[in-house]
Design a protein around this ligand. Structure first.
Ligand code: CA
Length: 225
């Protein structure tokens, strides 16, 4: 099994690489994001282990560029608990799994084997609702051909609604589908994000596609012509 390890902490990279080789993995390493991306783009790996904070190009950008280039190698991200990012952002950005540093080597091996068994995910299909389209592979949202820039969380809420077309999703369903299980804030955050989305996907276009089913939740409908 071929593993690409993108990690800039030299000692940690060497330790992981040695350990993986001892387990029979073939390991190539990259100490910065740019080199990691170039190697990853060859598509010649079964799994990529990707650190987030990297010189030249951070892990999220490496991940995004790989997916944008249609490279679907499973990726496990290494996150630091005290990092500037929420760990679950790794999933928001399309990683297949993540491990928080410091992690146990045994756990890393188990996760790698599980990911390799699962194989490369298929390219997800583009979701369409009327004039609105969402391409999960490129994390690209457009309406009438115009690109709409969303934050990862806004994107998550929209993707959830588009995955459940024409049905009313309760705040609770949206919350558990989009937010981390450990999220302890109230359901009102869903309302807030629905508001942000409306300002981006409806207001500028003079449409009304996100409907409120009072007391129940929200529903995305294709606008009538
Ligand atoms: Ca790092």
């Amino acid at each position: 099994m071929r593993v690409l390890l993108v990690e800039d902490e030299a000692l940690l990279a060497r330790t992981i690489a040695l350990g993986l080789r001892a387990e029979g993995f073939v390991v190539e390493t990259a100490a910065d994001g740019r080199t990691g991306l170039d190697l990853g783009l060859t598509g010649g790996f079964d799994v990529v282990i990707l650190d987030i904070m990297l010189p030249l190009l951070n892990g999220y950008n490496v991940l995004r560029e790989l997916r944008a280039a249609d490279v679907w190698t499973p990726i496990i991200m290494l996150t630091a608990k005290d990092g500037e990012y929420d760990q679950t952002d790794a999933f928001d950005f399309g990683a297949d799994d993540y491990l928080t540093k410091p992690f146990s080597f045994v756990v890393l091996i188990a996760r790698l084997r599980a990911l390799a068994r699962r194989g490369s995910p298929a390219r997800p299909t583009v979701l369409v609702s009327g004039e609105l389209s969402l391409d999960p592979a490129r994390r690209l949202v457009t309406k009438r051909g115009e690109v709409i820039t969303l934050t990862p969380r806004e994107y998550g809420v929209l993707e959830f609604l588009m995955q459940h077309p024409d049905q009313v999703s309760t705040k609770d369903e949206i919350l558990s589908g989009v937010w981390d299980a450990n999220y302890e804030g109230g359901e009102n955050v869903v309302e807030v994000y629905i508001g942000y989305l409306r300002r981006k996907i409806d207001v500028p276009f003079g449409t009304k596609t996100i409907h409120t089913a009072r007391g129940f939740g929200y529903q995305l409908l294709a606008e009538s012509p």
